[in-house]
Design a protein around this ligand. Structure first.
Ligand SMILES: *Cc1c(COP(=O)(O)O)cnc(C)c1O
Length: 455
């Protein structure tokens, strides 16, 4: 059935979102796959499976691409925030921050991870449509910027901090009437989204914020979706945002920040063809320059918040193949030692992936198989009908593009512990998240005293 063509021979080193494999993926002398100079099957032996592998060079390359592209195509100030919900840990936040990015967080957990990894509060932005008092206070105390999403945020902040010294930097999030998740987008006046203020509430909220001395409105925010392959939605978005930016200025807010969210897509399967980071940034920059020129306003500080396009293709997951089921006249299932608990995207969104046997990525594919997870759920299928070389129990399967929204959305369904994460770079591997053990999952269980037999 031919040779798996996972490797783009001209790998796009400058825009890792355009490759299926991490940018350091290579073959050794025996045509086995290495990433970050580490033989993948060695990592599986050393750390066990399932195993998340993260290529540091790919993350750094993506971060640099965003920053460099902004320097090249945008004459005003700019700032890139990593949407850490894609993959939040001390090591990842540290790497991203060392490349000069700030960190977007949406919970106390993500916030303390960023702070503990050494990121300054000023470089952190707190999102969320239902922030707790604790989250708001911690963000305020650490001097993070808070994105106000609704009236509840304003009322809670007024209660929590109006009696304190100083002010808090706010950005206002609104739903721009543009929504986009895959290859299509819609434009409407309003969106039934749970996030942000409706466009009709924005002007009143600008006026209201003038009444609070603690509130320092510094910018506007909108985010229109994820895994976006088109450039035009963000051009439309910038136009809508520029109108509200002008309105805020007219109402006396000296705002500077225009935060256009994230959303750039990545390549999961060979037919995916996302724009590169440079084109995305250039398109957005040109749209901002044009929109602000037309309205005669000074250029804003342009902020974007990529998540997936920073880290998805930096990661892959290694599994060991176990049981095989050949249905007479039907499918062949190969079962692996993980599944929907470490990668819930296929069962949640019908997401597709690319996989290979990491020690034989170029071998002729002579069977079509379905890769099944080990969970008690018929829908726990990671890849449907993929071509593979004949595989046996014990072979290591690599599933690519799992750096974003895998670990961060993982669960302990069936009481299956979370995999370890290992960071690879220059032929070195470092554990950055320890594998959970089944016993760890008992840590929070309690047996009521009355269940324990006395005497
Ligand atoms: C999820 C999210 C992002 C990141 O989206 P990606 O598609 O991963 O780039 C950015 N901003 C906000 C507000 C988000 O919710």
């Amino acid at each position: 059935m031919g040779v798996s063509r996972l490797f783009d021979l001209n790998k796009d080193q400058n825009s890792p979102n355009r490759n299926i494999t991490p940018i350091t993926a290579e073959l050794d002398n025996s045509d086995r796959m290495t990433v970050g100079g580490c033989l993948l099957s060695d990592l599986a032996n050393q750390y066990g499976t399932p195993l998340y592998v993260i290529d540091e060079a790919s993350i750094r390359s993506s971060c640099r691409a965003y920053r460099k592209a902004l320097k090249q195509s945008y004459p005003g100030d700019s700032f890139v925030l990593y949407a850490s919900k894609a993959n939040s840990s001390l090591a990842i936040d540290r790497i991203v921050a060392s490349e000069g990015l700030g960190i977007d967080v949406v919970s106390e957990g993500e916030l303390i991870t960023a702070l503990k990894s050494g990121v300054a509060g000023e470089q952190i932005v707190l999102h969320g449509n239902n922030k707790s008092d604790k989250e708001l206070l911690l963000a305020h105390e650490s001097n993070a910027t808070i994105i106000i999403d609704n009236q509840h945020d304003i009322q809670r902040l007024d209660k929590l901090i109006s009696h304190k010294e100083g002010s808090v930097r706010l950005m206002l999030r609104f739903t721009p009437g543009i929504e986009c998740h895959t290859h299509e987008y819609i434009r409407t006046g309003h969106l039934d989204s749970k996030f942000g203020f409706d466009p009709e509430q924005v002007s009143d909220t600008f006026a209201q914020l003038k009444d609070y001395k603690w509130a320092k409105l510094v910018g506007l925010h909108a985010h229109i979706g994820s895994q976006i392959f088109e450039l035009s939605p963000h051009m439309d978005l910038v136009e809508v945002m520029a109108d509200f930016f002008l309105r805020a200025k007219d109402l006396g807010h000296p705002i500077k920040d225009l935060n256009i969210g994230g959303g750039l897509g990545v390549k999961y399967i060979p037919s995916d063809d996302p724009p590169d980071i440079y084109s995305w940034v250039e398109t957005v920059s040109n749209a901002v320059i044009k929109a602000f020129d037309t309205r005669n306003i000074e250029l804003p500080r342009l902020i974007c918040e990529p998540g997936r396009s920073i880290i998805a293709t930096a990661g892959l997951t290694l599994y060991r193949i176990g049981a095989r089921k050949d249905i007479p006249g039907g499918k062949t299932y190969l079962s692996i030692d993980g599944g929907m608990s470490d990668n819930p995207r296929p069962i949640t969104y019908q997401s597709t992936y690319t996989a290979c046997l990491v020690d034989r990525p170029l071998a002729n594919t002579d069977q079509v198989v379905t890769i099944a997870g080990k969970h008690c759920e018929s829908g726990d299928i990671l890849l449907n009908n993929i071509a593979l070389p004949t595989a046996s129990s014990g072979d290591v399967l690599g599933v690519f593009g799992t750096g974003a929204y895998n670990l961060s959305m993982s669960s302990n369904y069936n009481r299956i512990p979370r995999p370890a994460s290992v960071l690879v770079n220059n032929a070195q591997s470092d554990l950055v998240q320890v594998r959970e053990l089944p016993e760890d999952l008992l840590r929070y269980d309690r047996l009521p005293d009355r269940f324990i037999a006395k005497g």
